[in-house]
Design a protein around this ligand. Structure first.
Ligand SMILES: [Mn+2]
Length: 195
């Protein structure tokens, strides 16, 4: 079973996260940051991952640590659930529209962390999520997932829509990249033989 549970505890946050790669989109997500819960739900539902997240963060400071540490825990969960990454498709990409917004995401579970994000945000925050932290979420996720993640908001008018398009595209892309490809017969999809 490709399931992992991460418990991450620091002076700033206490996070318990369980991820099943071969789920059906079931989710129970409580981080204390409403719009972050909403975005993580899009990853679960559009990625067909089962995901539970219980986070208690230092929100009296701001939402930064909670958002960053949840991304780090989610990336670590993908890394652990993938194991030696044998038999997976490894790469994926998706364009996803959300009304007037369009996003594109591409992922490679190469074993090397790298994040490239692009997009114009129209306001400073969406709910309690500063728009400056959306690229930071992607970078933190890529670091612990040991993956290349290219996340682009191509255009849009409404920041809520832009963020939703981006996280729906991330969910679909992660689903495509983590899928088992029977033609690989359990081999690691790499000329190097390891990821
Ligand atoms: Mn929404």
């Amino acid at each position: 079973m490709r399931i992992s549970t991460i418990h991450r505890h620091t002076n700033e946050t206490d996070i318990t996260l369980t991820l099943s790669l071969d789920g059906s989109g079931k989710h129970d997500i409580q981080t204390g940051v409403g719009f972050l819960d909403h975005l993580l739900t899009h990853i679960a539902v559009h990625g067909l991952f089962d995901l539970t997240v219980q986070a208690v963060g230092d929100l009296h400071v701001d939402t930064h640590h909670t958002i960053e540490d949840t991304a780090l825990a989610l990336g670590q969960a993908f890394d652990e659930a993938l194991g030696d990454r044998s038999g997976i498709v490894r790469m994926g990409s998706a364009y996803v529209p959300m009304d007037e917004s369009l996003a594109f995401v591409a992922v490679d579970f190469s074993g090397r962390p790298c994040a490239v994000t692009q997009g114009q945000w129209h306001g400073p925050v969406i709910g309690q999520v500063p728009t400056t932290l959306i690229p930071h979420f992607i970078e933190s996720f890529a670091a612990t997932a040991r993956a290349n993640v290219h996340a682009n908001v191509l255009y849009g008018r409404d920041d809520h829509h832009q963020a939703e398009a981006l996280f729906k595209a991330l969910g679909r892309t992660l689903d495509a990249a983590t899928m088992i490809d029977p033609r690989r017969a359990g081999n690691v999809p790499s000329t190097k033989g390891s990821l």
